[in-house]
Design a protein around this ligand. Structure first.
Ligand SMILES: O=P(O)(O)OC[C@H]1O[C@@H](O)[C@H](O)[C@@H](O)[C@@H]1O
Length: 554
């Protein structure tokens, strides 16, 4: 593949012209007035008869018309998105910098439909069976700690992709959780994270899950070592480690060196990216919390979305639609961010999860053809659960000077019918995109204010310009399958944007430099001697900070 600059595609120039001629002054009020079927034209419902999942995507409140939408689809065609999707599913090494396949879709191909010829793919099923046996044994109480007691707490020790997925999913699927099994997640190297967790754990009944793809990540290995020391202080005998520590990794040797028994190792493969790994052994904490059967439903839901992504036409393909609309704002309107706003308390970690998923994937400036891009790539992803955000940052979305495209997500059914809470919650979910799209004109404000309308500043302050774009996504209910499909939808949206921008969404070279410098600085801190700072080769700012620290450290 040529991996041209996206801006060199013919439709890029046409989109630029469309932005100038109509995009930037597009008026949603008029568009909806002029076309009574706008919702029907710009919404798609996806459902699967294989799993309990259904997703409605309404993208009608976007600054698009048929000409713009078709031009965006042409961009996808020119970038050979279909071909790139096929390459991904075929196991081609599309992660070119690391010469790796990108096969998280193989992890959830539970029935083995994709027939991918890549080492390790045939080991997925046995590894899932291993996870099933183990999670069943722990959950039933058959697995005993070193004093013969069943496990009551699990502590997942991992960071980034080895933490965020399990955290997000166990929170989102809490209604399915085994409530008498406490799940903790320790990620930060800050000793506080581990100390506060160990405070509420009992070494006799705690299982530590050391989750690290590479098994070299400083935070995880340090945290795991601290946990093992804490455990051995009580258990004394190193042989007991086998009952309380398991490892999830691609690096079997390093996990063995750490002291993890072979049978307590859950492996995965280098074609699983960290931020796409919750479907692999990294999901063990999920299986422990919700049970293996539910974990498999999550995989099956994602698989159904994979099939849709692979087979649906571009114009009906949910991930492709989300990706193209994102590009429209990111590259032509100059939007810098994208908010993800789930109206479901259980989904409160969803935006955090896709902060890594999207920003680590598409925060790149080099194309696969080694050119520097001359357009913007990945957006800044942020958000939180509704309605909390409404009382915090929505002011800026409604009346600020920045265009912030938002995805609103909500389930039709709640897991907790409490009075009329759900109706109130959803009334907000429906109202916010409406307010953002159509706003409130100066005339409306004046009419509303009556006599007070003579206060010009008050009038102007109450105007909502509208035309602020949103997608609305509704699921029937946040079930394991529905969540799996929703996560896969966003994963594939990221993939399509990367394909169009011609970047490699599957490496993360940008996280390395800081790690290398920290390793250089650590000995200076350990030496506790400020006089060693000068001459260590740092700039005056870093040296000044180091000396301030060392002169005041206690
Ligand atoms: O699972 P590991 O190897 O410990 O890595 C954890 C995280 O480490 C970070 O450095 C990477 O940027 C992430 O992509 C990764 O998920």
């Amino acid at each position: 593949m040529a991996h041209k600059l996206a801006s060199a595609q013919p439709s890029w120039q046409k989109l630029q012209q469309l932005y100038e001629s109509k995009g930037k002054q597009y008026n949603l009020t008029q568009a909806f007035k002029a076309d009574a079927s706008r919702f029907d034209t710009y919404s798609r419902e996806w459902k699967s008869d294989k799993v309990d999942a259904r997703i409605l995507l309404d993208f009608s409140k976007n600054l698009i018309d048929d000409e713009i939408f078709n031009q965006l689809l042409s961009l996808a065609q020119e970038a050979e998105v279909k071909k790139q999707i096929d390459q991904m599913f075929a196991g081609d090494h599309i992660n070119t910098s690391e010469d790796r396949a990108v096969l998280h879709v193989a992890l959830r191909d539970v029935e083995g439909e994709f027939k991918i010829n890549e080492a390790g793919v045939d080991e997925v099923k046995p590894e899932l069976e291993h996870m099933k046996r183990f999670s069943d044994a722990v959950r039933s109480g058959e697995w005993k700690g070193y004093t013969g007691k069943p496990i009551k707490s699990i502590v997942n020790i991992g960071i980034g992709g080895s933490d965020l997925g399990p955290v997000m999913v166990t929170e989102a699927l809490k209604p399915y959780a085994k409530r008498d099994l406490d799940a903790h997640f320790v990620s930060n190297i800050d000793g506080t994270h581990m100390a506060e967790t160990l405070r509420v754990c009992d070494p006799e009944t705690t299982l530590f899950i050391v989750a690290s793809k590479t098994f070299t990540t400083q935070e995880t290995i340090t945290n795991a070592t601290t946990a093992r020391d804490w455990f051995l202080e009580a258990a004394k005998d190193k042989a007991h480690v086998a009952k309380h520590f398991v490892a999830l990794s691609t690096n079997v040797k390093a996990a063995t060196d750490f002291g993890i028994a072979q049978e307590n190792m859950f492996k995965f493969w280098d074609w699983v990216g960290g931020r796409y790994s919750l479907w692999s052994a990294i999901g063990l904490s999920i299986a422990l919390v919700i049970g293996y059967e539910r974990f498999e439903e999550l995989l099956r839901g994602a698989h159904q979305m994979d099939l849709h992504f692979k087979n649906a036409e571009l114009k009906d393909n949910l991930p492709v639609i989300l990706a193209l609309i994102g590009i429209w704002y990111n590259d032509f309107f100059g939007s810098e961010t994208q908010a993800i706003l789930p109206y479901d308390q259980y989904m409160h970690k969803f935006a955090d999860y896709f902060q890594q998923g999207d920003m680590e994937s598409n925060g790149k400036f080099i194309t696969k053809n080694s050119e520097r891009v001359n357009y913007h790539t990945g957006p800044i992803i942020w958000g939180q659960a509704g309605t909390n955000g409404q009382h915090a940052f929505y002011q800026l979305i409604h009346q600020g000077t920045k265009l912030i495209p938002c995805d609103f997500i909500a389930p039709v059914e709640t897991h907790n019918r409490v009075g009329e809470h759900h109706e109130i919650l959803l009334s907000n979910f429906f109202a916010q995109p409406e307010a953002l799209a159509f706003g409130k004109s100066e005339d409306e404000v004046r009419a509303e204010l009556g006599a007070q309308a003579s206060n010009e500043f008050l009038v102007k302050s109450k105007v909502f310009e509208g035309n602020r774009p949103t997608n609305s996504i509704m699921l029937q209910k946040i079930t394991p399958a529905a969540l799996g499909a929703l996560i896969a939808l966003y994963e594939h949206k990221i993939a399509v944007q990367g394909f169009i921008w011609s970047i490699n969404s599957y490496d993360q070279m940008g996280v390395e430099l800081g790690k290398v410098l920290a390793k250089k600085i650590l000995p200076l801190l350990q030496a506790k001697d400020a006089s060693k700072v000068d001459g260590a080769g740092h700039d005056s700012s870093t040296s000044g900070l180091l000396k301030f620290y060392l002169n005041n450290a206690k």
